[in-house]
Design a protein around this ligand. Structure first.
Ligand code: NAI
Length: 484
């Protein structure tokens, strides 16, 4: 198989944008064109002002600056990019279905199917089609059938190349990937296609990190990886609830178990709950697949990971209401953070949205500050949750004037001024550096802080005078703080 010289990626989102930027950076002889139907997004990718890129990721602007205009291009001309490319990545969104069969569980593959049909329709030669989106196992079969049925004389090879990057560290993850997984057909042509993609990644990744498998193993590995990662978070969060009842400290427990090399220290940080566009959606999809393949016990097992996450978000919101004397109605609650994690502007499935919804049900007045998330996004998030509650805890209606009850601040101190309580929803580093003494002075007393990310020093906060609640921090500390 000849070397790839031209790549197209359909979907210029959180995965397509950074992934293709790094491929272009590391493979200067390959022309990489990222296309999207969202004109505003493409315009932002082409903006001279690198602060306006549509995805915020540390290090991304530098990579784009190096490659854009050299061999990295962003365009809305999808047909042309497909025709020019020998290899086409599909990196479109695959959200949970919000309608019809599989609603609330199955992955919505309509965008992937549209891409397959478009590729088949406009292709002017043989192509390698790479599934970069996260897809249910055996999706490649459907993609193949569509391509074959529509394509005429051209030949297509389908590869599965799921993306394991984490938002917030995407560029580092891409530069130093633990592994790059490439699944393909096991016949000669399939192997040639796999090799063509291996050669792309071999520009910067050591050969032993390029794992090749059959198509189905690759597709299933992505869902499994996310299910395992999310399961660890739900497991430690389940233990955090027990810590709060018993006086144990969840960080001490995590440290103790994490030093067992069989368990390992990563992904054991207890919090208000995991968010992001992937974990919940991919587990629900796994659950749906298990039921589809007649494995209800396996489905129930994985479903519990999501149920525990819903419970954790609910527990946090309920603790705020309970602690504030059983109602937050008319009370000012400051939210530090709205993004689902630090160093990203992505808010999909962020715990903040769910906690806000529960507090609004009790008529709180929420004052939000997030360094990267714009106000309009927060309102879109709330509207989406109202339309798609997804959890028993967010099914109750909000007061009609809920929009007036969310106030978005451009800087943190006004958000916390005269507040009854502060809730830390995202672990942005800057929150640790605030002038907490003066924040305390300006809050209503007792001044409560609920640290949903365990990033603040509980003892120091108690010394300032706060009534401080961390996640899984045990009754003893909580009681000591109340008495102090
Ligand atoms: P995204 O929503 O940020 O981007 C997807 C883009 O595809 C959108 O800009 C949309 O306009 C575009 N698109 C949809 N249909 C199109 C079409 N027919 N033609 C052209 N453009 C089209 O989604 P994101 O986060 O980049 O995720 C993409 C896939 O990668 C999903 O399957 C996701 O599960 C997976 N993934 C996401 C990760 C993440 O951290 N966000 C990590 C690993 C995998």
């Amino acid at each position: 198989m000849k070397k790839i010289t031209s790549i197209c990626c359909i979907g210029a989102g959180y995965v397509g944008g950074p992934t293709m930027s790094v491929i272009a950076q590391k493979c200067p002889e390959i022309k990489v064109t990222v296309v999207d139907i969202n004109e505003a997004r493409i315009e932002a990718w082409n903006d001279k002002d690198l602060d306006k890129l549509p995805v915020y990721e540390p290090g991304l602007a530098e990579v784009v600056d190096e490659a854009r205009g050299r061999n990295l291009f962003f365009s809305t001309d999808v047909d042309k990019a497909i025709q020019e490319a020998e290899m086409i990545f599909i990196s479109v969104n695959t959200p949970t279905k919000t309608y019809g069969v599989g609603k609330g569980r199955a992955a919505d593959l309509k965008f992937v199917e549209l891409c397959a049909r478009q590729i088949a329709r406009v292709a002017n030669g043989d192509k390698i089609v790479v599934e970069k989106s996260t897809l249910p196992v055996r999706t490649a079969e459907s993609v193949k059938r569509i391509l074959k049925a529509e394509a005429g004389e051209h030949e297509f090879q389908i590869l599965s190349n799921p993306e394991f990057l984490a938002e917030g560290t995407a560029i580092d993850d891409l530069h130093n990937a633990d592994r790059m997984l490439i699944g393909g057909d096991q016949d000669e042509k399939g192997q040639e296609a796999i090799q063509a993609l291996v050669d792309v990644y071999a520009h910067w990744l050591p050969k032993d990190r390029l794992i090749t498998t059959n198509l189905w193993s690759s597709e299933l590995s992505k869902l499994t990886a996310n299910a395992f990662l999310a399961q660890r978070v739900s497991s430690i969060n389940a233990i955090s609830a027990l810590c709060e009842r018993t006086g144990a400290d969840v960080d001490e427990v995590a440290n103790a178990i994490g030093s067992d090399s069989r368990i390992g220290p990563k992904f054991l940080k207890s919090s208000v709950g995991f968010g992001g566009s992937c974990f919940q959606k991919d587990i629900l999809n796994l659950v749906y697949l298990c039921r589809h393949f007649g494995l209800p016990e396996v489905a129930d097992y994985w479903e519990q990971v999501v149920a525990m996450n819903d419970y954790q978000k609910h527990r946090f919101a309920k603790q705020i209401i309970d602690t504030l004397f059983n109602t937050v109605s008319g009370k000012k609650i400051a939210f530090l953070g709205w993004a689902f994690k630090k160093d990203t502007n992505d808010t999909r499935e962020s715990a903040a949205i769910y906690v806000a919804h529960e507090l609004l049900q009790d008529r709180a007045e929420i004052h939000v500050y997030d360094p990267k998330v714009p106000k309009a996004q927060m309102f879109r998030d709330m509207e989406y949750l109202i339309e798609n509650p997804g959890s028993v805890y967010t099914e109750n209606p909000l007061p009609e004037n809920w929009r007036d009850l969310i106030v978005v601040h451009e800087e943190p101190y006004t958000a916390m001024d005269s507040a009854h309580a502060i809730a830390v929803l995202t672990e942005w580093d800057e929150f640790k550096t605030y002038d907490w003494a003066s924040i305390y002075a300006k809050m209503l007393k007792p001044a409560f802080v609920f640290d949903g990310r365990n990033i603040l020093d509980g003892e120091a906060m108690a010394e300032y005078g706060f009534e401080f609640r961390g996640i899984g921090k045990g009754l003893e500390k909580a009681r000591a703080n109340v008495e102090a």
